[in-house]
Ligand binder design. Structure first.
Ligand SMILES: NC(=O)c1ccc[n+]([C@@H]2O[C@H](COP(=O)([O-])OP(=O)(O)OC[C@H]3O[C@@H](n4cnc5c(N)ncnc54)[C@H](OP(=O)(O)O)[C@@H]3O)[C@@H](O)[C@H]2O)c1
Length: 304
């Protein structure tokens, strides 16, 4: 098949391009001017800024893909600016890709979303029908969740263009924040990531290679809708933070009051460690035929 990957230079994209080629697909990488596109190994490279609708249309028309894969994010920048840029990629960028895919006659779109945007009600592990956290108390997270909802609406609600949304769990592996040199990996290694007193927030992790493999499955499948893509081992912070520290040979995390965790680390980290719900991957297993090759962060985090 002819497949276009937007975000081909990202941590998932760089794994995805060779996996798709190994399956015999012809891959076009959509990159922006100045992207570090060397070594991608794509069959074709087309250039466009995802926020420039005319440029995206020209690039996608040139590639003539049957399937468009959306792996765009700006989360390498973990500040508020990166979140805002990612929200625009999820809204305007997705709209541009969908319009261009339809113009090019593509028959399917597969897009990256997140599994931890669900409201923290019920659980502790939620399926795809759980509502999104559109009324989160934190403005930055509310903006993120609304942008995720818009991405999913565009991908799943466009006539003539069936879509699959992959709600990835918390990514770890090379190039992510949980890599040994990433912002969270190095904080854990120094014993700086604290444990709140009530560390019952659940994280569903996902190795980046498993994220890429799920995208391959979704490209080759006809199944549509929303799929949680996460490992088999959702874990409370009280479990994963100390185990991760142990794997890194780091000091045990310090326990501190919830309010202090939020003051030092911000709303999202406090939310992740105390309140967040995990994600069940049954639907992706059953309908996409995907399963994680790294089924637990307990082994995966030890090797990143
Ligand atoms: N579920 C999760 O936990 C989750 C989800 C997403 C991301 N993340 C975190 O975010 C980081 C990266 O993951 P990722 O692979 O999703 O993202 P990434 O490595 O930041 O890659 C994003 C891709 O989008 C491209 N891009 C960004 N803005 C663009 C624009 N305006 N026009 C065209 N292309 C644009 C980038 O191109 P350039 O190379 O030109 O920048 C890159 O190819 C990791 O640290 C990961 O942990 C986590």
């Amino acid at each position: 098949m002819r497949v276009l990957v937007a975000g081909a230079t990202g941590v998932i994209g760089r794994s995805l391009v060779p996996l798709l080629r190994a399956r015999g697909h012809r891959v076009a990488a959509l990159v922006r001017d100045g992207s570090a596109a060397g070594g991608l190994g794509a069959d074709d490279v087309v250039v466009a800024d995802a926020l420039d609708g005319d440029a995206v249309r020209t690039a996608v028309l040139a590639a003539r893909p049957e399937v468009v894969v959306h792996q765009l994010s700006a989360l390498r920048d973990s500040t508020v600016d990166g979140l805002e840029a990612t929200a625009r990629l999820r809204t305007e960028g997705t709209a541009n890709l969908v319009t261009a895919a339809r113009a090019a006659g593509a028959r399917r779109i597969v897009a990256q979303s997140i599994s931890f945007a669900t409201a923290p009600r019920g659980g502790p592990v939620l399926a795809e029908d759980a509502p999104l956290y559109l009324d989160a108390p934190d403005p930055a997270w509310t903006r993120t969740v609304h942008a995720v909802a818009e991405l999913e609406r565009l991908v799943l609600g466009t006539p003539d263009l069936p879509g699959a949304v992959l709600r990835y769990g918390t990514l770890y592996g090379p190039g992510t924040r949980y890599a040994a040199t990433g912002s969270i990996g190095s904080a854990v290694a120094k014993g700086k990531l604290p444990l709140p007193e009530s560390a019952i927030g659940v994280t569903s992790f996902l190795h980046v290679e498993d994220a890429a493999r799920a995208a391959v499955s979704a490209v080759e499948s006809e199944a549509g809708g929303v799929f949680n893509v996460a490992d088999d081992d959702p874990a409370e912070a009280a479990t994963w933070v100390p185990e991760y520290a142990g794997l890194l040979g780091a000091p045990a995390p310090r326990t501190m009051p919830v309010e202090l965790v939020e003051r030092l680390w911000g709303w999202f980290t406090r939310y992740q460690l105390t309140t967040m719900r995990g994600a069940a991957n049954d639907r992706a297993r059953q309908e996409l035929g995907w399963r994680p090759e790294v089924p637990s962060w307990r082994t995966g985090l030890a090797t990143t």
